[in-house]
Write a protein that binds this ligand. Structure first.
Ligand code: HEM
Length: 250
Protein backbone atom coordinates (compact mmCIF):
# COMPACT_ATOMS: atom_id res chain seq x y z
CA UNK A 1 0.00 0.00 0.00
CA UNK A 2 2.73 2.45 1.03
CA UNK A 3 4.96 1.58 -1.92
CA UNK A 4 2.23 2.44 -4.43
CA UNK A 5 1.59 5.81 -2.84
CA UNK A 6 5.27 6.72 -2.52
CA UNK A 7 5.80 6.19 -6.26
CA UNK A 8 3.84 9.37 -6.99
CA UNK A 9 5.64 11.66 -4.56
CA UNK A 10 8.33 14.20 -5.57
CA UNK A 11 11.87 12.93 -5.07
CA UNK A 12 12.75 15.00 -1.99
CA UNK A 13 9.62 13.89 -0.15
CA UNK A 14 10.22 10.41 -1.43
CA UNK A 15 13.61 10.26 0.27
CA UNK A 16 12.22 11.57 3.55
CA UNK A 17 9.34 9.14 3.48
CA UNK A 18 11.54 6.14 2.67
CA UNK A 19 13.56 7.17 5.72
CA UNK A 20 10.39 7.22 7.76
CA UNK A 21 9.44 3.84 6.35
CA UNK A 22 12.76 2.37 7.52
CA UNK A 23 12.26 3.87 10.98
CA UNK A 24 8.79 2.38 11.17
CA UNK A 25 10.22 -1.00 10.14
CA UNK A 26 12.84 -0.86 12.90
CA UNK A 27 10.23 0.18 15.46
CA UNK A 28 7.87 -2.64 14.54
CA UNK A 29 10.66 -5.25 14.65
CA UNK A 30 11.90 -3.92 17.99
CA UNK A 31 8.44 -4.29 19.54
CA UNK A 32 7.84 -7.70 17.93
CA UNK A 33 11.20 -9.05 19.15
CA UNK A 34 10.71 -7.69 22.66
CA UNK A 35 7.30 -9.35 22.69
CA UNK A 36 8.86 -12.66 21.59
CA UNK A 37 11.85 -12.56 23.96
CA UNK A 38 9.84 -11.59 26.99
CA UNK A 39 7.85 -14.80 26.89
CA UNK A 40 9.17 -17.95 28.52
CA UNK A 41 7.84 -21.23 29.87
CA UNK A 42 7.27 -19.52 33.23
CA UNK A 43 5.62 -16.47 31.64
CA UNK A 44 3.77 -17.61 28.52
CA UNK A 45 2.99 -14.86 25.99
CA UNK A 46 -0.26 -13.02 25.75
CA UNK A 47 -2.11 -14.72 22.92
CA UNK A 48 -2.86 -11.40 21.27
CA UNK A 49 -2.74 -10.26 17.65
CA UNK A 50 1.00 -9.51 17.73
CA UNK A 51 1.67 -13.01 19.09
CA UNK A 52 -0.30 -14.52 16.17
CA UNK A 53 1.66 -12.41 13.67
CA UNK A 54 5.05 -13.40 15.17
CA UNK A 55 4.10 -17.09 15.23
CA UNK A 56 2.70 -16.84 11.68
CA UNK A 57 5.98 -15.29 10.52
CA UNK A 58 8.00 -18.22 11.93
CA UNK A 59 5.76 -20.72 10.14
CA UNK A 60 5.85 -18.79 6.85
CA UNK A 61 9.64 -18.50 6.86
CA UNK A 62 9.97 -22.22 7.63
CA UNK A 63 13.76 -22.21 8.11
CA UNK A 64 14.61 -21.34 4.48
CA UNK A 65 17.92 -19.62 3.65
CA UNK A 66 16.07 -16.31 3.25
CA UNK A 67 14.14 -17.01 6.44
CA UNK A 68 15.27 -14.04 8.51
CA UNK A 69 14.30 -11.40 5.94
CA UNK A 70 11.13 -13.29 5.04
CA UNK A 71 10.18 -13.51 8.71
CA UNK A 72 10.83 -9.81 9.25
CA UNK A 73 8.95 -8.82 6.08
CA UNK A 74 5.95 -10.87 7.20
CA UNK A 75 5.91 -9.17 10.62
CA UNK A 76 6.36 -5.64 9.23
CA UNK A 77 3.80 -6.03 6.41
CA UNK A 78 1.15 -7.50 8.68
CA UNK A 79 1.69 -4.98 11.46
CA UNK A 80 1.46 -2.08 9.00
CA UNK A 81 -1.62 -3.53 7.39
CA UNK A 82 -3.51 -4.46 10.52
CA UNK A 83 -2.43 -1.89 13.10
CA UNK A 84 -2.31 1.12 10.77
CA UNK A 85 -5.58 0.14 9.08
CA UNK A 86 -7.23 -0.69 12.36
CA UNK A 87 -6.14 1.84 14.97
CA UNK A 88 -6.68 5.41 13.81
CA UNK A 89 -9.84 4.53 11.88
CA UNK A 90 -11.56 3.06 14.92
CA UNK A 91 -10.33 5.61 17.47
CA UNK A 92 -11.31 8.61 15.30
CA UNK A 93 -14.77 7.13 14.80
CA UNK A 94 -15.20 6.59 18.56
CA UNK A 95 -14.31 10.27 19.14
CA UNK A 96 -16.82 11.45 16.50
CA UNK A 97 -19.46 9.18 18.06
CA UNK A 98 -18.99 10.77 21.47
CA UNK A 99 -18.99 14.27 20.01
CA UNK A 100 -22.23 13.57 18.14
CA UNK A 101 -23.87 12.04 21.22
CA UNK A 102 -22.86 15.12 23.22
CA UNK A 103 -24.35 17.39 20.54
CA UNK A 104 -27.56 15.33 20.32
CA UNK A 105 -28.74 14.60 23.88
CA UNK A 106 -32.01 13.16 22.52
CA UNK A 107 -29.97 10.24 21.11
CA UNK A 108 -27.99 9.93 24.34
CA UNK A 109 -31.27 9.51 26.20
CA UNK A 110 -32.32 6.76 23.81
CA UNK A 111 -28.99 4.94 24.03
CA UNK A 112 -28.72 5.12 27.83
CA UNK A 113 -31.57 2.76 28.90
CA UNK A 114 -30.53 0.27 26.26
CA UNK A 115 -26.96 0.24 27.61
CA UNK A 116 -28.11 0.03 31.22
CA UNK A 117 -30.40 -2.91 30.42
CA UNK A 118 -27.57 -4.72 28.61
CA UNK A 119 -25.01 -4.09 31.37
CA UNK A 120 -27.09 -4.70 34.50
CA UNK A 121 -24.98 -4.92 37.64
CA UNK A 122 -22.06 -3.21 35.89
CA UNK A 123 -21.21 -6.33 33.87
CA UNK A 124 -19.21 -5.65 30.72
CA UNK A 125 -21.05 -6.69 27.56
CA UNK A 126 -20.34 -9.99 25.83
CA UNK A 127 -21.03 -10.97 22.23
CA UNK A 128 -24.70 -11.67 23.01
CA UNK A 129 -25.41 -8.41 24.89
CA UNK A 130 -23.56 -6.31 22.30
CA UNK A 131 -26.05 -7.53 19.71
CA UNK A 132 -28.91 -6.05 21.76
CA UNK A 133 -27.44 -2.51 21.55
CA UNK A 134 -29.48 -1.55 18.49
CA UNK A 135 -29.50 2.22 19.13
CA UNK A 136 -25.76 2.33 19.82
CA UNK A 137 -25.17 0.37 16.61
CA UNK A 138 -27.28 2.87 14.65
CA UNK A 139 -25.34 5.78 16.20
CA UNK A 140 -22.08 4.12 15.10
CA UNK A 141 -23.41 3.59 11.55
CA UNK A 142 -24.59 7.18 11.30
CA UNK A 143 -21.24 8.44 12.60
CA UNK A 144 -19.40 6.40 9.97
CA UNK A 145 -21.74 7.81 7.32
CA UNK A 146 -21.15 11.46 8.23
CA UNK A 147 -17.46 11.19 9.18
CA UNK A 148 -15.98 8.15 7.38
CA UNK A 149 -12.33 7.79 8.49
CA UNK A 150 -11.50 6.49 4.99
CA UNK A 151 -13.07 9.38 3.03
CA UNK A 152 -12.07 7.95 -0.35
CA UNK A 153 -10.75 4.72 -1.82
CA UNK A 154 -8.54 4.44 -4.89
CA UNK A 155 -8.40 1.79 -7.59
CA UNK A 156 -6.17 1.44 -10.64
CA UNK A 157 -7.73 0.07 -13.84
CA UNK A 158 -5.61 -2.93 -14.84
CA UNK A 159 -7.26 -3.05 -18.29
CA UNK A 160 -9.48 -0.75 -20.35
CA UNK A 161 -12.91 -0.95 -18.76
CA UNK A 162 -16.34 0.45 -19.65
CA UNK A 163 -18.44 1.42 -16.67
CA UNK A 164 -22.22 1.20 -16.35
CA UNK A 165 -24.88 1.91 -18.94
CA UNK A 166 -23.44 5.38 -19.63
CA UNK A 167 -20.58 3.86 -21.58
CA UNK A 168 -17.83 5.67 -19.69
CA UNK A 169 -14.52 4.14 -20.77
CA UNK A 170 -11.66 4.15 -18.29
CA UNK A 171 -8.29 3.52 -19.94
CA UNK A 172 -5.85 1.01 -18.49
CA UNK A 173 -3.53 2.55 -15.87
CA UNK A 174 -6.02 5.23 -14.76
CA UNK A 175 -6.36 5.77 -11.03
CA UNK A 176 -9.98 6.14 -9.96
CA UNK A 177 -10.81 7.77 -6.66
CA UNK A 178 -14.20 6.92 -5.14
CA UNK A 179 -15.35 9.86 -2.98
CA UNK A 180 -16.89 7.97 -0.05
CA UNK A 181 -17.55 11.05 2.12
CA UNK A 182 -19.38 12.83 -0.73
CA UNK A 183 -21.44 9.75 -1.62
CA UNK A 184 -22.50 9.47 2.03
CA UNK A 185 -24.08 12.93 1.91
CA UNK A 186 -25.68 12.73 -1.53
CA UNK A 187 -29.39 13.66 -1.22
CA UNK A 188 -30.14 11.58 -4.34
CA UNK A 189 -29.31 8.45 -2.32
CA UNK A 190 -30.06 9.46 1.26
CA UNK A 191 -32.93 11.92 0.90
CA UNK A 192 -33.12 15.68 1.47
CA UNK A 193 -31.91 15.37 5.09
CA UNK A 194 -28.64 13.69 4.01
CA UNK A 195 -26.54 16.23 5.96
CA UNK A 196 -28.43 15.75 9.23
CA UNK A 197 -27.37 13.44 12.10
CA UNK A 198 -30.23 10.94 12.30
CA UNK A 199 -29.24 7.42 13.40
CA UNK A 200 -32.91 6.42 12.97
CA UNK A 201 -32.38 6.26 9.21
CA UNK A 202 -30.63 2.91 9.86
CA UNK A 203 -33.61 1.40 11.74
CA UNK A 204 -34.37 -0.76 8.69
CA UNK A 205 -30.71 -1.55 8.02
CA UNK A 206 -28.53 -0.07 5.28
CA UNK A 207 -31.01 -1.10 2.57
CA UNK A 208 -33.66 1.03 4.27
CA UNK A 209 -31.33 4.00 4.73
CA UNK A 210 -30.08 4.62 1.17
CA UNK A 211 -30.58 3.64 -2.45
CA UNK A 212 -28.71 1.80 -3.84
CA UNK A 213 -27.42 0.22 -0.59
CA UNK A 214 -23.80 0.13 -1.79
CA UNK A 215 -23.78 3.95 -1.52
CA UNK A 216 -22.92 3.19 2.13
CA UNK A 217 -19.27 2.23 1.90
CA UNK A 218 -17.53 3.10 5.15
CA UNK A 219 -15.81 -0.28 4.98
CA UNK A 220 -15.79 -0.29 1.17
CA UNK A 221 -17.69 -2.84 -0.90
CA UNK A 222 -16.49 -5.73 -3.05
CA UNK A 223 -13.64 -8.18 -2.86
CA UNK A 224 -11.14 -5.89 -1.09
CA UNK A 225 -13.46 -4.47 1.56
CA UNK A 226 -12.34 -4.02 5.14
CA UNK A 227 -10.96 -7.22 6.65
CA UNK A 228 -11.47 -5.85 10.17
CA UNK A 229 -14.99 -4.48 9.91
CA UNK A 230 -16.58 -6.89 12.40
CA UNK A 231 -13.80 -6.25 14.91
CA UNK A 232 -14.17 -2.48 14.34
CA UNK A 233 -17.96 -2.64 14.85
CA UNK A 234 -17.49 -4.63 18.07
CA UNK A 235 -14.80 -2.25 19.37
CA UNK A 236 -16.91 0.80 18.53
CA UNK A 237 -20.14 -0.51 20.04
CA UNK A 238 -18.38 -1.49 23.25
CA UNK A 239 -16.29 1.69 23.57
CA UNK A 240 -19.25 4.00 22.95
CA UNK A 241 -21.25 1.90 25.40
CA UNK A 242 -18.51 2.21 28.02
CA UNK A 243 -17.90 5.94 27.73
CA UNK A 244 -21.24 7.42 26.73
CA UNK A 245 -23.53 4.88 28.27
CA UNK A 246 -22.19 3.95 31.67
CA UNK A 247 -19.36 6.18 32.84
CA UNK A 248 -20.92 9.48 31.78
CA UNK A 249 -24.17 8.63 33.55
CA UNK A 250 -22.69 6.92 36.58
C1 HEM B 1 -13.99 2.28 11.80
C2 HEM B 1 -13.01 1.45 11.50
C3 HEM B 1 -12.55 1.08 10.10
C4 HEM B 1 -12.87 1.63 8.89
C5 HEM B 1 -13.83 2.77 8.60
C6 HEM B 1 -12.15 0.88 7.88
C7 HEM B 1 -12.24 1.13 6.51
C8 HEM B 1 -11.59 0.39 5.55
C9 HEM B 1 -11.70 0.62 4.11
C10 HEM B 1 -12.55 1.69 3.46
C11 HEM B 1 -10.92 -0.31 3.50
C12 HEM B 1 -10.72 -0.48 2.00
C13 HEM B 1 -9.54 0.38 1.56
C14 HEM B 1 -9.35 0.29 0.07
O1 HEM B 1 -10.02 -0.50 -0.59
O2 HEM B 1 -8.52 1.03 -0.45
C15 HEM B 1 -10.29 -1.11 4.54
C16 HEM B 1 -9.42 -2.16 4.28
C17 HEM B 1 -8.80 -2.89 5.28
N1 HEM B 1 -9.02 -2.80 6.64
FE1 HEM B 1 -10.27 -1.49 7.55
N2 HEM B 1 -11.39 -0.07 8.49
C18 HEM B 1 -11.61 0.01 9.85
C19 HEM B 1 -11.05 -0.81 10.83
C20 HEM B 1 -10.20 -1.85 10.60
C21 HEM B 1 -9.68 -2.74 11.62
C22 HEM B 1 -10.02 -2.68 13.11
C23 HEM B 1 -8.82 -3.61 10.99
C24 HEM B 1 -8.00 -4.76 11.55
C25 HEM B 1 -7.71 -4.95 12.80
C26 HEM B 1 -8.84 -3.27 9.58
C27 HEM B 1 -8.10 -3.94 8.62
C28 HEM B 1 -8.20 -3.71 7.26
C29 HEM B 1 -7.43 -4.44 6.27
C30 HEM B 1 -6.40 -5.56 6.55
C31 HEM B 1 -7.80 -3.93 5.02
C32 HEM B 1 -7.28 -4.36 3.64
C33 HEM B 1 -8.21 -5.45 3.10
C34 HEM B 1 -7.79 -5.90 1.71
O3 HEM B 1 -7.12 -5.16 0.99
O4 HEM B 1 -8.16 -7.03 1.34
N3 HEM B 1 -9.68 -2.21 9.38
N4 HEM B 1 -10.72 -0.68 5.77
Amino acid sequence: MFHNLFRYLPTKNNREIWGLDRTIRRLILYIAKRHDHNSSAAAPPNKDLLHSIVEGAKQQAGGSSRSRTAEEDFIVDNCKNIYFAGHETTSTTASWCLMLLAAHPEWQSRARPEVQAACQGGHPPDAATLRTLKTVAMVVQETLRLYPPAPFVTREALADVTLGGGGLTVPRGTNIRVPVALAHRDPASWGPDAGRFDPGRFAGGVAGACRPPHMYMSFDVGARNCAGQNLAATELTSSVRARAGVQAYG
